[in-house]
Design a protein around this ligand. Structure first.
Ligand SMILES: Cc1cc2nc3c(=O)[nH]c(=O)nc-3n(C[C@H](O)[C@H](O)[C@H](O)COP(=O)(O)OP(=O)(O)OC[C@H]3O[C@@H](n4cnc5c(N)ncnc54)[C@H](O)[C@@H]3O)c2cc1C
Length: 435
């Protein structure tokens, strides 16, 4: 990997997400060599992926070059590399571009969509965890409407304009709200020759309320906001299968749709060498102690989505969200410095700053420790918080301008089919993109 040897201890970090970047920033000025490995050369601000999928933002405005975050620090090295395995015996990380040894290893590889073993849904449904996946979804949504214009078959047309989003967590709720706004504000103008009133947005939730991680009042209000926007909210229904056209559930309800978005679960990314049963808990997360040390090791740590620290308040680990990942990265940074200096490490304590979700224009729900609120103010708070945590001044300015523009103009101008998406099994009378 062409990384110089130094007398400083080498910390290898796998993953430049929220946790990995927070940690690298903490260590960048310390007497340590920091090597960050990521399979992408950018940090992906996942909370705004749904806005890319629905044409509200360009993908570049929610991505930021990892090299730029930490440029100018002589002890920091980035390598664009996909980690394939870890040899814990010889303290070596193996990647597609070569090997690297470590004194300390931090796994911050995040999570991936969990299809719970359903191969049909995995291949025929859409996930929204990465920027390429969001662009695929954006293309598919727009291609569906172009295709709906061409078909004479009413049944097929309805299926093309029918959207099924599985999972009533923040991702599903935010995507459903954004699609409903497109249906209301944009489709009638873009497709005057199509009866877009027939478009349906269905949000399917397995449990008895949406946003189950938030308060009852937030769930109820979010559901009301969605219904006001015309979203069909289905509760206590589990999606069982999808053949590319037909969605079956564990009830008599079924859906005909060309677009199923799976937002019903994630699991930690597991890496060979640390994927044994002895290390993993539910959802493939690595069990760590209060200092983030992976079970059985003193020099291997895990933070963020990939780590499960079981505490009295969080018996199943901290929520798989940006805040825990950031706080864990910062805490581990301080602890690694203490460790190198021979001082005792301090246990991690999570400061829960609350959670929030937006449903659409002037509609959001916010749960904070002492206060819960919904509506317009919550929406402004949601926007402020997301702008604050977005990395990069340019990105903040671009996103802010886009939001102001979209708000004033009731528009989403990034509705572009830049790279057409072809569903694996799509069978249609009016095949789009034959070539
Ligand atoms: C659609 C969506 C919406 C969300 N909305 C919110 C929200 O509103 N609020 C909130 O708090 N959280 C939200 N989350 C969750 C939040 O994004 C995650 O909890 C957070 O990103 C976890 O941070 P992390 O550092 O653990 O991992 P990530 O930020 O996912 O970073 C992991 C990094 O590891 C890299 N990587 C993975 N495998 C390898 C490998 N083998 N080799 C090299 N590199 C690798 C990846 O490329 C990535 O850069 C959302 C997530 C999604 C998908």
């Amino acid at each position: 990997m062409n990384i110089p040897q130094t007398s400083y201890p080498r910390v290898v970090i796998i993953g430049g997400g929220f946790g990995g970047i927070a940690l690298a920033k903490k260590l960048s000025k310390k007497e340590m060599q920091v090597v960050l490995l990521d399979k992408h050369n950018y940090h992906n601000f996942q909370p705004l992926l749904y806005q890319v999928s629905t044409g509200g933002l360009e993908p570049d405005s929610i991505a930021y070059p990892i090299r730029k975050v930490l440029q100018g620090y002589p002890n920091f090295f980035f390598r664009l590399a996909k980690v394939v395995s870890i040899d814990t015996k010889v303290r070596q990380v193996n990647t597609n571009i070569g090997e690297i040894n470590y004194d300390y290893l931090v796994v911050a590889a995040g999570s991936e969509t969990n299809f719970f073993g359903n191969k049909n849904i995995e291949t025929k449904g859409m996930a929204m965890k990465t920027i390429p996946q969001s662009l695929n979804l954006r293309s598919l949504i727009l291609e569906n409407f172009e295709q709906a214009l061409l078909t004479d078959d009413l049944h097929e047309r309805d299926a093309l304009m029918n959207f099924v989003i599985v999972g009533g967590g923040p991702t599903g709720v935010e995507l459903a709200g954004a699609l409903a706004e497109i249906k209301k504000g944009i489709l009638p103008k873009d497709y005057p020759d199509l009866d877009t009133r027939r478009a349906q947005i269905n949000l399917v939730q397995g449990g008895d309320r949406i946003l189950p991680e938030m308060s009852e009042v937030a769930s109820q209000k979010a559901e009301r906001f969605l219904e006001d926007l015309g979203v069909n909210v289905w509760k206590n229904i589990r999606v069982m299968d999808y053949d590319g056209n037909h969605v079956t559930t564990d009830t008599s309800t079924s859906f005909e749709t060309a677009t199923l978005v799976w937002a019903a679960g994630v699991q930690a990314v597991s890496i060979k060498g640390l994927d044994g049963k002895e290390f993993l808990c539910r959802g493939n997360r690595l069990r760590v102690n209060q200092f983030h040390q992976v079970d059985g090791f003193t020099e291997i740590f895990a933070i963020g989505d990939v780590a499960q620290m079981e505490t009295e308040t969080f018996p199943h680990g901290h929520p798989m969200m940006a805040q825990p990942a950031i706080q864990q990265g910062r805490s581990l940074g301080d602890n690694l410095v203490r460790l190198v200096e021979g001082l005792p490490m301090k246990p991690f304590v999570y400061k829960d700053k609350g959670s929030m979700a937006t449903v659409g224009r002037n509609k959001a729900v916010v749960d904070m420790k002492r206060v819960k609120f919904q509506g317009v103010f919550a929406w402004f708070v949601w926007m402020f918080v997301h702008l604050y945590f977005l990395i990069g001044f340019r990105n903040r300015v671009v996103v802010f301008i886009n939001w102001v523009y979209n708000y004033i103009r009731f528009d989403r101008e990034a509705r572009l089919i830049i790279r057409p998406y072809k569903k694996q099994n799509q069978v249609s009378k009016n095949q789009l993109n034959k070539d």
